[in-house]
Design a protein around this ligand. Sequence first.
Ligand SMILES: C[S@@+](CC[C@H](N)C(=O)[O-])C[C@H]1O[C@@H](n2cnc3c(N)ncnc32)[C@H](O)[C@@H]1O
Length: 277
Amino acid sequence: MTVHLTFDNENLAKAYDEISNSQFNNGTLLVEKLEVKPGQSILDIGSGTGRLGRHINELIGDTGSFLGIDPLEERVKIANDKNRHGNTVYRIGVAEDLGFIPDSSIDIIYLNAVFHWVIDKEQALREIYRVLKPGGKVGFATGARELNSITGLQHITNKVLSEGLYKQAVNFAESTQHQHGLTATSLVQLLAGSGLKVREVQIKEIERQYGSAQEITRFFEASSFGNYLNHVPDALRPQAKSDIEAELEKHRSGDGWLKFSSYTIFAIAQKSLSIAA
Ligand SMILES: C[S@@+](CC[C@H](N)C(=O)[O-])C[C@H]1O[C@@H](n2cnc3c(N)ncnc32)[C@H](O)[C@@H]1O
């Protein structure tokens, strides 16, 4: 099962802009690690609805420049509608093809909650390397597959989908996480293979609280731009969603909240100042 870029719609895009606080918080931490400064040129790959971009605008000031690219038209539209800065552009594009950006022209690139969706990661890294200035940095915040698969929301989802009527019908090898998700090791290997210097890798546990199980599945639907449970056969998907919600409800804590931890890899890599081999 591949990643579908045609399943998104206006409602999912609007919902994502409203309820993506957890991604936004991770993004501000990622940007802190990248030490973004006034006047820098920034490329946000998979910029979504532009929430993090609006935060970066304050950091780079009027002398910096910001380009956000994303393959989803509805999300690029929201980002452009909300943009108030003349030095900022959002456009349709994918990580694998940055052909419209000159070589060695960008100070800082980041992919916040994006790299696990990118199908051809080696090609994306070749492009990132090409467009980064010598000394330029790239930052990633992406789910830590090794931990998320055995804990929290994903673990509960997998448990439901490995029982009863789902047991024979669901092929986990076809899940987006399985096919495209990253572990800290696989990310470091990709970065090292691209010629970038790995400067920092950290896995951080982040606890999130939700009022209801429906809030959780709504977030996953918006965040996956319609790819949620795409490894479950169509006919079983509505039932699977409600069975997962019922299972999540069992984890309500004493204070009334549904609290789950998830693990995010934060990684920073840099293009050497001298490119000599
Ligand atoms: C969970 S959203 C994150 C959006 C944003 N970075 C944020 O922090 O809110 C994932 C985004 O990755 C984008 N995406 C998926 N495949 C991509 C690709 N190959 N290149 C660039 N972006 C991609 C999606 O369109 C989506 O907007």
